[in-house]
Design a protein around this ligand. Structure first.
Ligand SMILES: C[S@@+](CC[C@H](N)C(=O)[O-])C[C@H]1O[C@@H](n2cnc3c(N)ncnc32)[C@H](O)[C@@H]1O
Length: 294
């Protein structure tokens, strides 16, 4: 199924999941009930002002991502060869899918590739970097986990030795520190399988602002978020370590408008309700550009 909406060269796609058996329908119902329960709890906490402060959420996030990843929990930063990725093809599919989506989107919006410089925000164990390394001369891998960065260096050295890979460690409360470490004027910025673990929507807005500052005019941004399907928009804003994979979500139209609010031009949107490589749902991918006159 495919829609095209908005001005010319602005695109909207929906990939529908197969829901043709009883189990899938039952799983869908269960997920809906759980989501409603989560919503109710979030609203009660919001009404009673039981949310965590912004600084507590950021501190908890840093603490969470600094933990030594155990083999079974290494899913959090997508460690190659760990239990969730005993099937190496699944791990390879993450970056392969993402680079293919980038190639399609670049063609649609008229963005020339390969490029000189790319930023990978939240690079984890390098699942995307090893594919995007073939798309640029210098790739900056940004992460809040030193273990993840070390692993990404290992993967890059093994697969993309010709690419100048620059790992940069940041702390959750101070993402702006990268602005002093990466020269402005980069060609492409991507952030995949990370935005939903940001502490809040306000934090997400800071990252969009950083992307705008880093990109050159005409540069391309590529961000995946998890979208919200219910009538109200929810961001969890409490208990970071209990709900890390769903901390920050948006309505599909809302994130489009937040990109605009950050002074960037949304160009293309892809929805994937059920990605095959990870056990998760409701992924929206946005492509946007920094205006030429910015
Ligand atoms: C699920 S992994 C995804 C890794 C990689 N992007 C991928 O697709 O395989 C999430 C990664 O985001 C990193 N992360 C968490 N919060 C972050 C933040 N505020 N800024 C940058 N990276 C962050 C984590 O350390 C972890 O490596």
């Amino acid at each position: 199924m495919e829609w095209r909406v908005g001005p010319s060269r602005t695109h909207f796609f929906l990939y529908t999941p197969p829901l043709d058996n009883k189990d899938a329908v039952q799983m869908g119902n269960l997920r809906t009930y759980l989501r409603m329960a989560r919503h109710a709890e979030d609203r009660v906490r919001g009404a009673l002002r039981l949310n965590d402060s912004q600084s507590k959420l950021e501190r908890d996030a840093q603490e969470f991502w600094t933990r030594q990843p155990k083999q079974q929990s290494s899913f959090w930063w997508h460690l190659r060869g760990s239990d969730p990725f005993v099937d190496d093809q699944l791990w390879l599919d993450i970056g392969k899918k993402h680079v293919n989506m980038y190639i399609d989107a670049a063609r649609m919006v008229g963005f020339e590739r390969p490029v000189e410089t790319i930023v990978d925000w939240g690079c984890g164990g390098g699942a995307n970097a090893i594919h995007f390394g073939a798309e640029c001369k210098t790739l900056y891998g940004i992460d809040v986990s030193q273990d993840a960065l070390d692993e990404s260096v290992k993967q890059m050295q093994a697969t993309q030795p010709q690419c100048n890979y620059v790992p940069i460690k940041i702390d959750v409360p101070d993402p702006e520190s990268v602005l002093g470490k990466i020269p402005a004027g980069i060609d492409m910025f991507y952030c995949l399988y990370v935005w939903e673990v940001f502490p809040s929507q306000a934090y997400g807005q800071r990252i969009l602002e950083i992307a705008r500052k880093l990109l050159k005019p005409g540069g391309l941004g590529y961000v995946q978020i998890k979208y919200e399907k219910d009538v109200w928009t929810r961001s969890r804003r409490w208990g970071y370590t209990r709900g890390v994979a769903n901390m920050t979500r948006y309505r599909v139209d809302q994130f489009w408008e937040l990109i605009q609010a950050a002074g960037l031009q949304p160009r293309h949107l892809v929805l994937i309700p059920k990605p095959h490589e990870v056990p998760d749902f409701d992924y929206a991918y946005y492509f946007f550009q920094k205006p030429m006159d910015a």
